[in-house]
Design a protein around this ligand. Structure first.
Ligand code: ATP
Ligand code: MG
Length: 265
C-alpha cells in the first residue's frame, strides 16, 4: 500500500464513524456584544454546507472559532471526532482544516504557480516561509494539479497583481486546497464577482473531490443553493433555521429576514 492509499484508507475509516464538525454550545462574546450564542452545528464528512445570514450575523466569527483564530467563550468544537476547542490554528490546519478569508491574502508580486507552491510547501513543513521557493518536484506537481483544479492553468506564470479580482479568488481556493484538506471554510468567495466569475466559482466548488466537505458563507442565495447540500441560517449570533436548499428557498421567514438583511458590502 502506498502512503497516499494508506492516508485515504485512514481518512475513510475516520469519516465512517465521526462527524467532520461538531459544535456544541458555542458562544463568543466581544465585551458585552454576543457575536455568537448557543451554536450547535453538525456537519457530516463530505457534506457541503452553506451558512447564510445578514451582515453582522456572526458568520465570520463562527469561522474564526472553528479555525482557532478565536477561542470561543463557551462550548466545544470537535473535528473528525477530536476535541480541538483549545487547539491553536496550526494544529487544526495539520489535521486537515483550511479556510479562505473575506479579505485577500495573496503574494501579489509572485506568479500564480509560485503562490500555490508556497501554500503547498507551507502546509508540508512550517507555515509562513517567506524565502523564494526552491523547487521540490512532488510539491510542484501538487501545485500544477491545483492550478488546474481552479481553472488557472493558462495563467500560471502570470503575476498575481495582473489577475482579475475573480481570478485572485480562484487562486485563494487553490491555496486553501494545498495539502489535501479534509474540510474547508470559504468566507464569501463570491463577493464582488461578476456573473461569469460566479459561474466559474460554482463549477470549481462542484468539481472538488466528493470526500472534501466545506462550509461556504455566502450572501448570494443563488450561489449558496447551487453548491450546498444543506443550509444553515444565522441571525444575531444564533442559528434560527436549517434545511435543504429547496426548503430554505421557499421559507417565508427566511425570505423576509434575508431580503431585509442588508446588502453585500
Ligand atoms: N474582533 C472583533 N472584535 C469585536 N467585535 C467583533 C470582532 N469580530 C466581529 N465582531 C462583531 O461581531 C458581530 C459578528 O461579526 P461577524 O464578522 O462574525 O459577522 P458576519 O456575519 O461575518 O458579517 P458580514 O456578512 O458583514 O461579514 C458583529 O457585530 C461584529 O461587529
Ligand atoms: Mg463575515
Amino acid at each position: 500500500m502506498t502512503m497516499t492509499e494508506d492516508r485515504s484508507a485512514r481518512r475513510l475509516q475516520a469519516t465512517g464513524t465521526e462527524n467532520a464538525l461538531e459544535l456544541r454550545g458555542i458562544s463568543k462574546l466581544f465585551g458585552a456584544l454576543r457575536a455568537l450564542e448557543g451554536i450547535d452545528l453538525t456537519v457530516r464528512p463530505g457534506e457541503r454546507r452553506a451558512v447564510l445570514g445578514s451582515n453582522g450575523a456572526g458568520k465570520t466569527t463562527l469561522f474564526n472559532c472553528i479555525t482557532g483564530d478565536f477561542l470561543p467563550t463557551t462550548g466545544t468544537i470537535r473535528f473528525f471526532g477530536e476535541d480541538v476547542t483549545a487547539f491553536p490554528a496550526h494544529e487544526r490546519i495539520r489535521r486537515g482544516l483550511r479556510r479562505t478569508y473575506q479579505i485577500s491574502l495573496l503574494f501579489t508580486g509572485l506568479s500564480v504557480i509560485d503562490n500555490i507552491y508556497i501554500a503547498c510547501r507551507g502546509v508540508s513543513r512550517g507555515r509562513f516561509s517567506f524565502i523564494r521557493p526552491r523547487r521540490d518536484d512532488a510539491l510542484m506537481a501538487s501545485a500544477e494539479t491545483l492550478v488546474r483544479v481552479v481553472h488557472l492553468e493558462d495563467l500560471k506564470d502570470t503575476l498575481v497583481s495582473s489577475l482579475s479580482y475573480g481570478q485572485q479568488r480562484q487562486l485563494e481556493i487553490a491555496m486553501a486546497l494545498a495539502g489535501a484538506p479534509r474540510f474547508i471554510l470559504f468566507d464569501e468567495p463570491a463577493a464582488g464577482l461578476s456573473p461569469t466569475e460566479r459561474s466559474e466559482l460554482v463549477e470549481i466548488l462542484l468539481g472538488l473531490p466528493s470526500h472534501m466537505g466545506y462550509i461556504i458563507i455566502e450572501h448570494d442565495m443563488d450561489v449558496a443553493l447551487r453548491v450546498a447540500d444543506f443550509v444553515t441560517m444565522m441571525h444575531n449570533g444564533r442559528i434560527f433555521k436549517e434545511g435543504k436548499p429547496a426548503e430554505i428557498e421557499e421559507d417565508p421567514e427566511v425570505q423576509t429576514l434575508y431580503l431585509g438583511g442588508g446588502d453585500d458590502a
